[in-house]
Design a protein around this ligand. Structure first.
Ligand code: SF4
Length: 448
């Protein structure tokens, strides 16, 4: 009787990590493992970690604590920790010392070596660490896409910006753009397999092409992808304001497949704090940029990231951030408490706020943003919007959920499962975080 080994994978962190997990799935499935959703059934457990804040790192410790007993009952169980936390040598050593039953610790750069690392881990008693700084090209690695009609498509890895609070350049390395033809070929293959929405990924997609020979730009890449027959929607994240070109704004405006949504982290509304963060733009430059985007692309959605409680942030700095929110009127903003990251420039800055101070400011900021998000959604009442239906809502199969081109979440009633279809829905009710609608039209032109 052939026993098939099972693997259990947990992914923490960003979209790039989710894509890395799709690569990990393909690599271990090519080794003969099949996926299980039950850790107690697994012969291989992998945690794909995130190091962007303390919280996801603490989550790793609690998960590993939970898995210790499984190892006692199943000594041949392989437990591996990958991702951004493992890419840092000191964090990898910390994991090895604190969780001696770990079999493998592998960084983001070790993905191409994962199959051999897992085979080796199965035959060795001591913990294997691979947090190699140097990276080998990961082009051509297999990907087990989780979706059926939406897929991630990385276009650039790493980041050269070294914002003072950010760990990413230390765990993802310097910027490496993928060859434009490789991206287009992969996109065509995905569309041929039925994917109709592609999200282009990069820590800073606006830097795409700067390290490639010739005049290759992100706007140029988008314009090429916009030609692909059968592709319905193109999204991209994340943009850095200092590199966002007018060319890109024009391309989004004129590209019928390119969704009208920019995720443009601002982080703070105070020039003093933006300087300390090494963001290399001023609040005025940022506000000018988003006003141009709004003028050029009416109805465009803008979302952002904000850090609250950066070392030295005074009440005036904080009020400058609130004032920027009022002026920018983001559709949504993801706000986080400042979390010092080892080895970053800001890790050496003196913290001036208590956790309570930070949490109070976070609440005040979210109250303002919630009001703005609600007002913007209210302006969509009675509008007819195009949705890509993502599936049935968890609680009720008769309620379907989809996203607009501006990335708004809309729920609507329908007996037929229209998952993966493009439909038109009339907005009948608005809320802070989502909308309710009525189905008008299936975009394969058959009226309901
Ligand atoms: S742009 Fe700044 S915040 Fe974004 S990944 Fe790069 S260093 Fe981090």
């Amino acid at each position: 009787m052939i026993v098939t080994n099972k693997y259990y994978l947990i992914t923490l962190g960003c979209q790039m990590n989710e894509h890395d997990s799709e690569v990990i799935c393909a690599l271990v499935e090519n080794m003969g493992y099949i996926a299980t959703t039950m850790p107690e059934e697994a012969d291989l457990i992998i945690i794909n970690t995130c190091a962007v804040r303390k919280k996801p790192e603490d989550k790793v410790a609690s998960l590993l604590g939970k898995f210790a007993s499984l190892k006692t009952n199943k000594p041949n169980l392989i437990i591996a920790v990958g991702g951004c936390m493992s890419q840092q040598e000191d964090a990898a050593k910390y994991l090895k010392n604190r969780f001696p039953y770990l079999d493998l610790i592998f960084g983001t750069h070790a993905l191409p070596r994962l199959p051999e690392l897992i085979s080796e881990a199965g035959n060795r008693k001591e913990t294997i660490i691979d947090s190699e700084e140097s990276y080998i090209d990961r082009e051509g690695l297999p990907v087990a896409h989780r979706g059926r009609f939406k897929a991630w498509l990385p276009v650039i890895y790493g980041c050269n910006n070294y914002c003072s609070y950010c760990i990413v350049p230390y765990v993802r390395g310097r910027e490496r753009s993928r060859n434009i033809n490789d991206i287009i070929v992969e996109a065509r293959k995905l569309v041929a397999r039925g994917f109709i929405e592609l999200t282009l990924l990069g820590q800073n997609v606006n830097s795409y092409g700067k390290d490639l020979p010739g005049q290759v730009t992100f706007a140029g890449l988008l314009a090429e992808l916009n030609q692909i027959e059968g592709l319905e929607r193109i999204r991209f994240m994340t943009s850095h304001p200092k590199d966002l070109s007018h060319d890109l704004i024009e391309t989004v405006k004129n590209g019928e497949k390119i969704c009208e949504h920019f995720h443009l982290p601002v982080q703070s509304g105070s020039d003093r704090i933006l300087k300390a963060m090494n963001r290399r733009y001023t609040r005025e430059q940022y506000l000018d940029l988003i006003n141009i985007i709004k003028e050029e692309i009416p109805g465009v959605a803008l979302t952002s990231d904000i850090i609250v409680g950066f070392p030295g942030e005074s009440e005036d700095d904080f009020l400058a951030t609130i004032d920027l929110l009022e002026k920018a009127r983001f559709d949504n903003a993801f706000s986080f408490l400042y979390s010092p990251r080892r080895n970053t420039a800001a890790a050496g800055f003196t913290e001036t706020l208590t956790r309570k101070d930070k949490e109070d400011r976070l609440q005040r900021l979210n109250d303002v943003q919630n009001r703005i998000s609600k007002e913007i959604n209210e302006s969509l009442a009675d509008q007819i919007v195009e949705l890509l239906v993502e599936g049935e809502s968890k609680g009720n199969p008769e309620i379907l959920t989809g996203r607009t081109r501006t990335n708004k979440l809309v729920h609507f009633k329908n007996s037929e499962n229209l998952t993966g279809k493009l439909v038109q829905v009339k907005i009948t009710e608005t809320r802070t975080w989502n909308l309710i609608g009525e189905l008008q039209l299936k975009l394969d032109n058959k009226y309901v």
